[in-house]
Design a protein around this ligand. Structure first.
Ligand code: TNX
Length: 486
């Protein structure tokens, strides 16, 4: 129980053990489909680990002994994502007010099993779970990571595997950076060349590709089953060379630039004063909104160095109206705070002091400070992957900060949560993604979930070492930082 990550808000271990027996059952409190699905999700994880049958059924009176039970509870004190886990030598009882809370309780339960159970090969041996009471709920509503599938494209199967890892650390947002100068990665039916031309290549000519709308829907659904909201980003007005190369009409000059496979930023811009630009934005946002069950559409807005400042502001304000017209809430990188924002717009801090400007407008903020939360920064001078424009980010740097004291003028109430972006200029494989994300992403997940008062680096580094053993079982290519006693 001492090795859980994110660290629970409250945990009282008793020192006893619950032994999962070969005849144990998973009992759900009612035949509600979501409960049965969660019961089966837990059963699948434990079956792999134990080789036991672990049938899932609706509970009848007084048969909890030796079993694991899942129940929804009227008590809303722990919110929609909180849960209570009561483990005694007789039984395991997981309760939550909402299904998401049960899902997070299941993730905790999985971490209470020995690391060897992460290995899919059945163990067929006594499986012990530490006893105690846990009452747990997140600090922030938004606990995310961003994956750049534009610089190098990653396939649905690769992203799904990443989603599984995010869910294990109770993250609930996957922001997908779907477009950039080097690639357009989502099929748009009204502008089909965006994907077929704009998606045909990537940095250094590698990892071209795009998601068809069906593939994208499948990914969104897979994430939703793990209580992860996919937040799509179409970056504009800058970072648009792939779109400009696909359609000459989108360019002020009327002629299309070549596809781009380098890694410079800040050189491209949509043509702000052409009406077709807004037809394009409207079509793209409409199709994307239809693929997006959640509230958010991210419109980028970063590093628009090739766009005149007044034109930039006009553009963002008009795009905000388009996003609203399609029933969605706009998000953007912090530069959008220079425009007049509606109070429901969400601003993502990464580098500058625009976040305070956003807060003064009544907008809420997500914190992704580059020198702490950027998963694409190198760990140190010798890291084989990554960049270092924001500095080197060791495991301790990524963990040891408090969102509430990060930016002057931005306090706890202004902050919706945290997000760790992974830009992919130097990454081409899932193994590369894993190396940059682990261990740092576990630290960001804990910043998002655990109360500041229970977090301490010298204790965390010990706890993290135990997760290294799990990652080894899972075959994750993680960075064995010298700061952690693996
Ligand atoms: C800055 S962060 C960018 C990205 C790059 C990243 C590399 C941000 C909003 N823009 O275009 O990929 O640095 O670290």
């Amino acid at each position: 129980m001492d090795n859980l990550s994110p660290k629970p808000a409250f945990a009282a271990p008793t020192g006893e053990k619950f032994i999962l027996s070969p005849t144990a059952q998973i009992l759900v409190e009612s035949p509600m489909p979501e409960l049965l699905r969660l019961g089966n999700f837990l059963a699948d994880a434990l079956r792999d680990a134990t080789g036991y049958a672990l049938p899932v059924s609706v509970k009848r009176a007084a048969e909890t002994r030796n079993n694991i039970s899942l129940a929804l509870d009227a008590d809303a004190t722990l919110g929609a994502e909180g849960y209570t886990l009561n483990i005694t030598p007789e039984a395991v009882a997981l309760k939550a007010h909402r299904a998401a809370g049960l899902f997070y309780g299941i993730q905790t339960l999985r971490q209470l099993l020995p690391p060897a159970t992460e290995n899919a090969a059945p163990q067929n041996r006594a499986c012990e779970i530490a006893c105690g009471i846990l009452r747990d709920a997140p600090r922030f509503a938004w606990r995310g990571t961003m994956l750049d599938v534009a610089r190098h494209f990653f396939k649905v199967e690769e992203v799904k595997r990443y989603v599984d890892l995010l869910a294990a650390y109770k993250l609930n947002r996957l922001h997908l950076h779907l477009t950039d100068d080097q690639g357009w990665r989502i099929e748009i039916k009204t502008w089909d060349k965006l994907a077929t031309i704009g998606g045909s290549t990537g940095v250094n000519g590698k990892n071209g590709g795009y998601y068809t709308q069906d593939e994208y829907r499948e990914l969104v659904a897979y994430a939703a089953e793990r209580y992860i909201v996919v937040v799509p980003e179409i970056d504009m007005p800058g970072h648009t060379n792939a779109a400009l190369a696909s359609y000459p009409d989108l360019n002020c000059s009327g002629s299309a630039p070549a596809l781009y496979t380098g890694t410079d930023v800040g050189f491209s811009s949509l043509c702000i004063d052409k009406e077709i630009t807004y037809q394009f934005v409207d079509d793209v946002v409409r199709e994307l909104a239809a693929l997006t069950p959640s509230a958010y559409i991210h419109i980028g807005g970063d590093e628009a160095h090739a766009t005149d400042k007044d034109a930039y502001v006009r553009f963002i304000e008009r795009v905000q109206q388009i996003v609203h017209a399609h029933g969605k809430q706009m998000m953007g990188w912090e530069e959008i705070a220079q425009a007049q924002l509606s109070p429901q717009t969400i601003v993502q801090h990464w580098f500058s002091d625009h976040a305070a400007q956003a807060v003064r407008q009544g907008a809420r903020v997500i914190l992704s400070p580059a020198h702490k939360a950027y998963l694409d920064m190198q760990y140190n001078e010798t890291s084989p992957l990554g960049l270092h424009w924001a500095g080197y980010v060791e495991v301790q740097d990524a963990y040891n900060w408090d969102p509430a004291t990060q930016i002057e003028g931005v306090t706890e109430q202004d902050i919706l949560g945290v997000e760790a972006p992974l830009w992919s200029e130097t990454l081409t494989t899932l193994s590369d993604i894993e190396y940059m994300a682990f261990p740092r992403l576990a630290g960001i997940a804990e910043i998002g979930w655990s109360p500041q008062a229970v977090r301490d680096w010298s204790e965390y580094r010990q706890r993290l070492a135990a997760h290294g053993a799990r990652w080894t079982q899972l075959g994750i290519n993680f960075y064995r930082s010298p700061q952690v006693p693996w």
